[in-house]
Design a protein around this ligand. Sequence first.
Ligand code: UGA
Length: 442
Amino acid sequence: MQIVFFGIGYVGLVQAAVFAEAGYTVMCVDIDAQKVADLKAGKIPIYEPGLESLVRDNVKAGHLLFTSDPKEGVAFSPLQFIAVGTPPDEDGSADLRHVLNVARSIARHMDEAKTVVIKSTVPVGTADKVRAAMTAELADRGRRDLRFDVASNPEFLKEGSAVADCTKPDRIIIGTDNLRTEQQLRELYAPFNRNHEKIIAMDVRSAELTKYAANCMLATKISFMNEMANLADRFGADIEKVRIGIGADPRIGYHFIYPGIGYGGSCFPKDIRATIRTAEADGFDPLLLKAVEARNEEQKSFLCTKILHYFGGDLRGRTFAMWGLAFKPKTDDMRDAPSRVLMEALWQAGAKVQAFDPAAMDECRRIYGERPDLLLCEGKEATLAGADALIVVTEWKQFQAPDFLAIRSALRSPVIFDGRNIYDPAIGERYGLEIHSVGRRR
Ligand code: UGA
């Protein structure tokens, strides 16, 4: 089977490589000629465990092809995936320009029936817009005779485990109002639908909403726990005990109830905002989602407030060691990362930051460039030299069991601000370190 992917960003590249590995021949189309050239040479533009070798091997085997010519892509297969980005507009709603450009381009070049599958994260109703754009383009060409269908097949991969998530999906949502399209997509996903049924077929609009609903639900869990952590902090309770206590109820469960300094990344913040805007545009006030977003924004300042309090409200001339910059471990992504809000607040207050992240150093350099109040260090130990305190922002494995004695002797003040609750304050105490966490008792 041959497949085409328009857009070789995060979702497109990972899914295309996983399809290629399953034995399909996949052609990826992207307008970025440099990206196409790099990928042909096996160089990948993102940090994602396992992806580089997957791409390299499949390029070599001839299963993964790249082009910047849409005409070539359209001619390659009846199955056309759209996986281009849907960046936020100024008001936070999803910008569908790239999705609709690809739709028009498919209609402009096609000369046989096509199934167009939307993989990009898009608001409800986008498939109808794609359909309308293609119909108009075909009418302009005088080719109303050409048949096509538009399906929704949202992606649920997580950064840092994207290859595994795609290879072993927990569900495959097929949104279509057409039985033939459903059969076609069932056949495509057959290699990933072994052991037990993972395909859930539904109508297009429900599939579109399923994607947003999943991310909104997960973000809600996080904001809820962060709110409880604030209460725990005030009332002298320990949120980690509370987490274990509530998670034991199978109706609540242990997944995704870890408090911290807020969710970030390219998905949750963008998707929650886009859902809010879509609802408002339709005259509905999404009270709960607005609260989820507001709590998250507030939560990013949680540690900064504690730091200010600890240092008597004045951070001028202070230096902070920072472990972790990416929005979560196993990625170099700093989009909407809580580290950025924290770092910028520290700079604003006149402090310096000495930071280390196992993957996001280049990304941090790209975002902030050279500046006198930011020192990017070679390793986590180097950040401690001359620092007043240590701040832990991302829970990378290599930060989880540090040499507390070395930290104690390197820091000017014996204090760690732990934004991900990875250290037991009682252990810190044994080493003479004060550990300030998110809603944890010291
Ligand atoms: C998220 C979803 O988990 C995926 O299912 C979805 O496919 C993806 O968005 C997407 O829409 O493309 P991702 O953004 O890669 O995936 O990251 P997550 O692992 O979900 O983490 C998101 C944020 O939530 C991180 O900042 C993380 O630190 C935070 N988080 C997560 C918590 O603060 N507490 C938790 O208990 C879990």
